[in-house]
Design a protein around this ligand. Sequence first.
Ligand SMILES: N[C@@H](CCC(=O)N[C@@H](CS)C(=O)NCC(=O)O)C(=O)O
Length: 237
Amino acid sequence: MSNVDIVYLPIVGRGLQINIICALHDIKANYLMSKPMGEDFDKDTEAPFGTIPWLKDHSNGIELNDSSAIVQYLVSKYPGPLTPTSTENAALSNMYWSWAQDYYSFVLSPFHDIITGHNEAFWRNLRLTDTLAEGGKEVGVSNLTTLHHKRIQYLENNIKKMNLGSYITGDNCSYADIFIFTCVRTVQETGGFDILREACGGDPFKDCPNILKICDTVGEIPKVIETVGSKFKDCPI
Ligand SMILES: N[C@@H](CCC(=O)N[C@@H](CS)C(=O)NCC(=O)O)C(=O)O
């Protein structure tokens, strides 16, 4: 039994990338599920900020309640292939991770509200939004689809301009590549995101060969394949 507890939900969301990072760094974490989709933990009362993911490392008592902080902690405390190789590489990994975090927060997460039909204001501990408030589902999906195209085009253009190596920060896989990979595959493969695939005429990343190339490279890493299993097919979002 390892000393690291990680709490999330049984969806891809902001959880699978942490599981992949643990697998690549040989961190044997205990994966616990929070209410309302599991019974191991109550995010509303046990997580300091009321959200998940949440981590506790019992080897030193540290408790972290933010996915970026969790990932940066894991790759520094338990060094492995995703540990940044220099200050510059650390900054770039952090920046590209934040691209994925913003894409997740402002595109994928509002889509979750539409997909699950759980869009009422005040249900969240973190933000106050009603994705359908300004004109219902059709307008909501159309606006989010526009934002999806904008955000991925910026990343695609940046990768093209920087003429990077196989991965987003160069020749080595970074933790940012892992999050970009889980976001892209979530949109391409999970059942719930058929709504965005349909709004994009079937292929939400058709103009993004560089993003897709990175995702294909990440998707060939044996520990990624093993950790992902059939999750993109099985999870709704
Ligand atoms: N910046 C935080 C955001 C955490 C977050 O919004 N988590 C979602 C699940 S992915 C959540 O807990 N939502 C429920 C709520 O806000 O009550 C992080 O990256 O950990």
